[in-house]
Design a protein around this ligand. Structure first.
Ligand SMILES: *Cc1c(COP(=O)(O)O)cnc(C)c1O
Length: 433
């Protein structure tokens, strides 16, 4: 399968090139040239298949031409070492719980898949160590670091802004050791990102070491997220609830929902989609006006969705041939303030006992408001509420337990390399590695 750039000014790339490069040279996002539809017979009996079996079929359609079947299925099964179950919250609303992975957020799926795919390509080529640079404001660093932990042939450098990530987030990438190095930058997230970008452009550094990125725009990180939408459909079908199923995705950079939209293009019978935004309402406004107007992001309670220029908008636009009409006929939107989020978390907790995290709360609320009679809604619970324990406890007046796997991180010893925000210092450090 070849991958083209959404800007259409770069040559088509192989899967390996698209994964190693991340972004196309014309700064566009890679898209698969073909989207294979799956046979109706697959959907007729899908409820009899396991998550792994479903995921392998979906993976074959995306990656089957480029990776041999046995290796691909091993990568898929290693990635999905945990479940993504649906839980009933009320009569017609279900939660697709994507927080059962090692770092308790949906990003685990994409990060684990990408790590294993990159390792596969490195082994095939017999090339030396590859170094992944990733800048994080919190959640991406933990998913990427844990996804790549112990993966032979790959070293990961996580750059994060000193004192600006939560203690729980920080310990998820500073206590791992092995092939993970945490770099604590005396600056803000943008400084971390600038260091990473400059490193990719620096000739001397690139001659010294093989560098790649694990950004969320990477095809190997976003496409595998389609697996759990197919699985959600299968589990809802087993319950007799899959007709008129509406999928609602709390969205920031729009990678997660885009993977689901690819699922629809492959024939997954989801009736329609809802993108739930926090106060960062760029996509919501696009649906209303047909104009895409990025702006600076606003800080909210659902901070992993604080995105003012969602990268994957380019993919959504491309997938629907740039047609506003087609986009709005398949996807609707919603936007919620921090007060709405707090109110929704409280109401849901009081009425159903279900504890939402601030991101999932946007999804749940959108279903409450937008679901029509006869429809069943499933929203993505994108992170475990304990990841935002301080906020959740304050809002719900609870003391929610911290899952063991999260508590384990907090026992580890923090190790990080202190760094200024000057590129020369960062470069000198890498040259000594
Ligand atoms: C990253 C993230 C999101 C947003 O997902 P996108 O793919 O960027 O739209 C939502 N919730 C949580 C908890 C996240 O970590």
């Amino acid at each position: 399968m070849k991958y083209y750039s959404t800007n259409r000014k770069a040559p088509v790339a192989s899967l390996r090139e698209a994964v190693v490069k991340g972004l196309a040279p014309d700064r566009g996002l890679y898209m698969p040239e073909k989207i294979k539809t799956l046979p109706t017979s697959f959907f007729e009996h899908i409820e009899q298949l396991s998550f792994q079996e479903i995921a392998c079929t979906v993976a074959d359609a995306f990656f089957g031409e480029d990776i041999n079947r046995e290796d691909l299925h091993r990568i898929v099964c290693d990635t999905l070492a945990f479940d993504c179950p649906v839980a009933q919250v009320e009569e017609n609303i279900y939660s697709l719980e994507l927080f059962h992975g090692p770092t308790l957020a949906f990003k685990d799926v994409g990060a684990r898949f990408m790590a294993r795919l990159l390792q596969y390509f490195i082994r095939q080529e017999g090339s030396g160590q590859v170094n992944v640079l990733v800048a994080t404001s919190g959640d991406t660093g933990s998913a990427v670091a844990n996804g790549f932990l112990g993966v032979e042939g790959i070293h990961v450098y996580v750059l994060y802004p000193k004192g600006k990530v939560s203690p729980i987030q920080e310990c998820q990438f500073t206590t791992l050791g092995q092939n993970i190095t945490a770099i604590e930058v005396d600056g803000v997230f943008d400084d971390c990102q600038a260091l990473v970008k400059q490193a990719f452009l620096d000739q001397q550094l690139n001659e010294h070491m093989k560098l790649t990125s694990a950004n969320s725009i990477n095809v190997a990180r976003f496409l595998p997220q389609a697996f759990y939408y197919f699985n959600a459909y299968a589990r809802m079908k087993a319950l007799g609830k899959a007709d008129n199923m509406v999928m609602c995705v709390p969205s920031g950079n729009f990678g997660n929902i885009t993977a689901g939209l690819f699922g629809s293009a492959m024939g997954l019978p989801i009736k329609r989609w809802i993108a739930a935004n926090n106060a960062n309402d760029i996509f919501y406004n696009y649906l209303l006006t047909g104009k895409y107007e990025p702006k600076a992001s606003i800080q909210t309670l659902a901070n992993a969705m604080d995105v003012g220029d969602p990268s994957n908008f380019a993919r959504v636009y491309d997938l629907y041939g740039g047609s506003h009409e087609r986009i709005t006929s398949h996807i609707s939107g919603a936007t919620y303030s921090d007060d709405d989020i707090r109110e929704t978390m409280r109401e849901c907790h009081e009425q159903t006992g279900y504890v939402l995290d601030p991101h999932g709360a946007c999804g749940y609320r959108a279903l409450k408001e937008l679901l029509a009679d006869g429809e069943t809604g499933v929203f993505c619970e994108t992170a475990h509420p304990a990841k935002f324990k301080e906020k959740v406890d304050e809002i719900l007046k609870t003391d929610i337990p911290i899952p063991t796997r999260l508590a384990e991180f907090m026992k580890g010893e923090k190790k990080s390399v202190e760094m200024t925000k000057k590129f020369e210092d960062f470069k000198a450090f890498l040259l000594k590695e």
